[in-house]
Design a protein. Structure first.
Length: 127
């Protein structure tokens, strides 16, 4: 049986208004294994955290067929010159998978989300 609606609709509506979306995003942002601040190299005040959260919602909407468009830097532009991020990228995917499972996302939809993120590994992990 084919799933109906966009991936975003199946995941639970429009980005920031979704409790499920907030839980997934906040879990990923808070985990030190994902290392968003690169070991303290980047400082995030309230304004930066708010912007980062909004950009993550935009990116999630873009990759899942939603109405919001991601207008931030490309992943390769953001990660360029910051070293090998294999472990951080793997941690991101692992946390994303766990958060999707914990929040009752259907396995086929969770697999689709992860499939859409995997091609970005080459942009984030430097050789």
């Amino acid at each position: 049986m084919e799933s109906k609606g966009t991936l975003l609709e199946r995941l639970e509506g429009e980005g920031e208004t979704s409790p499920k979306s907030r839980r997934v995003r906040d879990t990923v942002l808070a985990d030190p294994k994902v290392n968003f601040d690169r070991g303290g190299k980047f400082k995030f005040g309230d304004a930066e955290v708010k912007k980062l959260k909004s950009q993550l919602v935009d990116l999630g909407s873009t990759v899942s067929g939603g109405p919001r468009a991601y207008m931030g830097k490309t992943m390769s532009g953001t990660a360029q010159g910051h070293g090998d991020h294999r472990r951080e990228f793997d941690a991101l995917l692992g946390l994303l998978k766990a958060a999707l499972d914990k929040n009752g996302v259907k396995p086929t939809d969770a697999d689709e989300v992860l499939k859409k993120w995997k091609p970005h590994r080459k942009d984030v992990v430097e050789k």
